[in-house]
Each structure stands twice: as C-alpha cells, then as structure tokens.
Design a protein. Structure first.
Length: 202
C-alpha cells in the first residue's frame, strides 16, 4: 500500500471515529430524559419514524438529523373534523394537543415504512408521550370513529367514545414493545440512520 493511501485511510478512520463519538455525545447529552425512560437501551428499545424528507431537518452528524416538531400539523389521512374532535379530547384529558402538535412514532419498523425510510427517533430534551394499549393506529379506525362520534359533538360525547381506548402517558417501554402508535410532545427530535448506531431493522 502506498504512503498516501495509508494517510488517506487514517484520515477516514479518524473522521468516522469523530462522527461516531459526536453522535453518541449528542444522544447522551440531548436525549437524557428519553434515555432515562428506556434505561439507556436505545439499541433495543427503539422508536421508529418513517420519512423521505431531510430538507426539513438539520444535519447534525453523518446519518443524524435534528428536526423541529411541527406545531401546526394538519391531517394527511384523517377526516379534518375527526382530527379536531380528537385533538380537543387529548387537550381536555392531558393538556396537550397530541394530534396537531406532536411527532409520531412506533416501536414497529413495519409501521414506519408506510411513511418513508425507517429511522430511529429520539426526542430531544423534556418530552411527554401518549399511546393506547388497545388501539394500534387511530387512522385504521377512522370510519368506526366517525360513526360513533356525532356531528358537532360535545367534549363529553367525544370522551365517551375515546375513553374506551385507555390512552395514557405512562410506560414508554410497554408502548414501544406494543408496536402501537406513539405520539410525542417535544420541541425537537433526532432521526438517526439505524446503520450508524448499529440498530438492526428487525
């Protein structure tokens, strides 16, 4: 091997080492509340989020992007009236608008691929989350909900339908293991290519 090739490989190795250490430092310093809830097992207790769009994220390190949570989210696949009803329900119950001001993920990568390439999702800083141990994905039950919730309902009428799904803000590990939809109330989050942190897509 020629001298310049040895130097080149050495520089590449050093660059890769710096990127790896930078990613780990960012995860452990900026995602501490999340890591505490999953007992630092971020390679096994994985939240997945699918995306094709990196234009909206800030590249932090190779294979790692920082996103600001969309606080004015409009429904892409859900009836707008139903979206508004359920958002009001979450605000009344938890004080957070989990449909319009949250980022969505799942412990099941097969769910994430419906929305794009699967990335590891980690909320930055303080966050809250909400999930249902009964309902896997709200969208899949849209027709049933539209039938059950009357037109121009009161919040009590919405709650009479939604309470059966037992939405909760507790037990993130169970939420991840369930593979159900998880809504995260956070200011920002990382999306990370699973390959760069050695997370298998099972």
């Amino acid at each position: 091997m020629r001298a310049h090739e040895i130097v080149s490989e050495s520089l590449i190795d050093q660059y890769n080492k710096e990127q790896r250490e930078g990613r780990e430092d960012a995860i452990f310093s900026m995602c501490r509340p999340f890591l505490q809830q999953i007992k630092n097992q971020y390679r096994t207790q994985v939240v997945w989020r699918g995306t094709y769009e990196h234009a909206f994220g800030e590249k932090y390190f190779d294979g790692m992007w920082l996103y600001r949570t969309n606080r004015h989210r409009t429904p892409r696949d859900v009836n707008p009236a139903l979206h508004s009803y359920i958002d009001d329900y979450f605000f009344k119950k938890f004080g957070k608008r989990y449909r319009s001001q949250a980022a969505f993920g799942s412990g099941e990568p097969g769910v994430a691929v419906n929305y794009g390439d699967p990335y590891v999702f980690m909320p930055v800083g303080d966050f809250a989350f909400c999930w249902s141990p009964v309902l896997d994905d709200l969208i899949e039950h849209e027709d049933d909900l539209l039938d059950a919730i009357p037109h121009n309902p009161t919040i009590d009428q919405i709650a009479a339908v939604m309470d059966r799904f037992r939405y909760t803000e507790t037990n993130l590990v169970h939420a991840i293991r369930s593979g159900h939809e998880i809504m995260f109330d956070c200011q920002s989050y990382f999306l990370i290519d699973p390959k760069v942190i050695n997370v298998p897509i099972r």
